[in-house]
Ligand binder design. Structure first.
Ligand code: HEM
Length: 501
């Protein structure tokens, strides 16, 4: 036996041996189970209304069905030549991220990329969201300056605190109404917060002029919504827009042209101030970008549109779900209220960096919201090298998508998985559980993860602390679920009631 083993080992170097072991132990790609795919239409027929088993609007439910039927690794040939591998096991999700190279590839926003590349007079590239490879890194390394370190985003706390105060003042008007859908209100708040940190400009979207339907802020919020609504179907549908402008593509294009016009207006306004200012005194992100010699004005238009597209709905949906869960869980809300009272002793105490660093329960509430209602079902990567997931070989260039939202709802990964229990993230609680580090990844992972994670979390926490300090939050609607469009949005209005303490 020993001699036999020895003979095999001496024949191969380490790389050959690894290949040999992999091919002996692992099963081939074609054996990965998954939904039946037909010639020409792939699995698209399974997503048809009424007859189809799946629904493009319910990716988390599709995911759970696929996991239950096929297991932790599922292969789906959505269209001829477009294979997607869905991963449900955190160990596999870890492998996916650990084997990504210097320039992690993601297949997303394909139609948006075409729109931008067709307009070289406005955009230099497809932008940060869809671009891959070295071109992506060239943009990313400059754009993340001023966003990635904790100290860089602390400079926005004071301004954000003041805008949140304005929002809270507006609550006194809103709470007098019989019923208010708070989602559009929360979206306006995040539009303001984002414009302040990115452009250093106020949109005054709570002013009476801006609250009307035809105003710039209303139209801008609509443009982001329309683009996000169109994106999943454009990317995962039959992609006829590559050859001619389909009605859905034209809808997305119209929304993007509006967004682009607003971005150019804001940039031009900012440019005129920038010229007069001392170079080197960077205040907003744009100041940093304008002073970067590697960037062209068209690159800055691209990132401004990326921020306008990725920055508002993500934070407002997360906040809506967070308030919904707190309203439905009075015990958690009480614990949060006690923490906010301790950290903000007066009604109008400002949120500071010191306050944020101590807001442990608020952070646990946010984490728990990300676990139950992440902004995306999972994160996708195009494999740079072949990999083995749960014993199945997957070749390079395959589009692999993690299914964290589904994995986070499995009993084997979390106890009482469908309950909102912030204590599970608190080390001093007896409900604390040590989760696999690749289960909860609401912002993705690694160098391609969300560029604005810290800013987004900071803004949400400022709002959360101020609201829970001063108001009891009640829910007046029906039970909420997520709709994938392609980011997860609430499937109904955000019908809250705020009662002053
Ligand atoms: C709760 C809020 C948010 C969540 C949960 C979220 C989540 C994500 C996720 C999952 C990704 C993909 C990461 C990956 O592929 O590994 C991403 C990318 C991105 N996010 Fe966010 N995001 C949020 C807020 C924001 C905000 C406020 C902005 C802008 C101001 C923003 C801008 C971007 C951009 C530009 C990318 C693309 C990064 C790249 O490809 O290099 N996000 N975000």
């Amino acid at each position: 036996m020993f001699l036999f083993k020895k003979r095999i080992f001496v024949c191969f170097n380490f790389a050959e041996l690894r290949t040999l072991c992999t091919s002996v132990i692992s099963k081939p790609f074609r054996n990965i189970p998954g939904p039946l795919s037909l010639p020409i239409i792939g699995t698209l027929y399974q997503y048809l209304p009424i007859v189809g088993k799946y629904n493009f609007d319910k990716m988390h439910i599709n995911g759970m069905k696929k996991y239950k039927q096929f297991g932790p690794v599922v292969r789906e040939r959505m269209l001829p030549g477009v294979n997607v591998v869905w991963l449900f096991d955190p160990k596999d999700i870890e492998i996916m991220f650990r084997c990504e190279g210097k320039y992690p590839n993601r297949r997303s926003h394909l139609a948006l990329e075409k729109f931008r590349l067709d307009r070289p007079n406005v955009y230099n590239t497809g932008g940060l969201l869809p671009t891959n490879g070295e071109k992506w890194w060239k943009l990313r390394k400059i754009f993340q300056k001023g966003l990635s370190s904790p100290s860089a985003i602390q400079r926005f706390i004071h301004g954000s605190d003041e805008i949140v105060n304005e929002f809270i003042e507006r609550l006194s008007i809103l709470t007098q109404k019989e019923q208010t859908d708070y989602l559009p209100e929360i979206s306006r708040l995040y539009l303001e917060l984002m414009c302040l940190s990115v452009f250093d400009i106020r949109m005054f979207s709570f002013s009476s002029n801006e609250l009307c339907r035809s105003s710039r802020s209303t139209q801008l919020l609509k443009a982001a919504l329309v683009t996000n609504d169109c994106m999943l179907k454009l990317d995962n549908g039959p992609q006829l827009w590559k050859y001619f402008q389909t009605p859905l593509y034209r809808k997305m294009k119209k929304a993007q042209i509006f967004m682009e016009e607003v971005a150019i207006d804001l940039l031009s306004l900012k440019m005129s101030f920038f010229k007069e200012k001392d170079v080197g005194v960077a205040e907003s992100l744009l100041d940093t970008y304008f002073s970067s010699p590697e960037l062209d004005f068209r690159d800055i238009i691209g990132i401004s549109c990326d921020f306008l597209l990725a920055g508002m709905d993500t934070t407002s949906y997360t906040t809506s779900f967070l308030l919904y869960h707190l309203a439905m869980n009075q015990k958690a809300q009480q614990t949060l209220h006690q923490e906010s009272l301790r950290l903000l002793p007066k009604v109008n105490s400002p949120v500071t960096n010191e306050v944020l660093s101590q807001a442990q329960y608020a952070k646990a509430c946010l984490k728990e919201t990300h676990r139950l209602r992440p902004i995306s079902v999972g994160v996708g990567r195009v494999l740079e090298n072949p990999a083995v997931f749960s014993g199945f070989e997957v070749p390079e260039k395959t589009n692999v998508v993690s299914q964290n939202q589904v994995a986070c709802r499995l009993e084997k990964n979390f106890s009482r998985p469908n309950e909102f229990l912030p204590e599970r993230w608190m080390k001093n609680s007896n409900l604390y559980e040590q989760a696999h580090p690749f289960l909860l990844l609401p912002f993705g992972h690694g160098s391609r993860s969300c560029i604005a994670r810290r800013l987004a979390e900071q803004n949400i926490l400022i709002l959360l602390l101020k609201l829970s300090r001063n108001y009891k939050i009640q829910w007046k609607g029906h039970n909420l679920d997520t709709l994938s469009q392609p980011i997860n949005k609430p499937n109904g209005p955000i019908l809250l009631n705020f009662v002053k303490y």
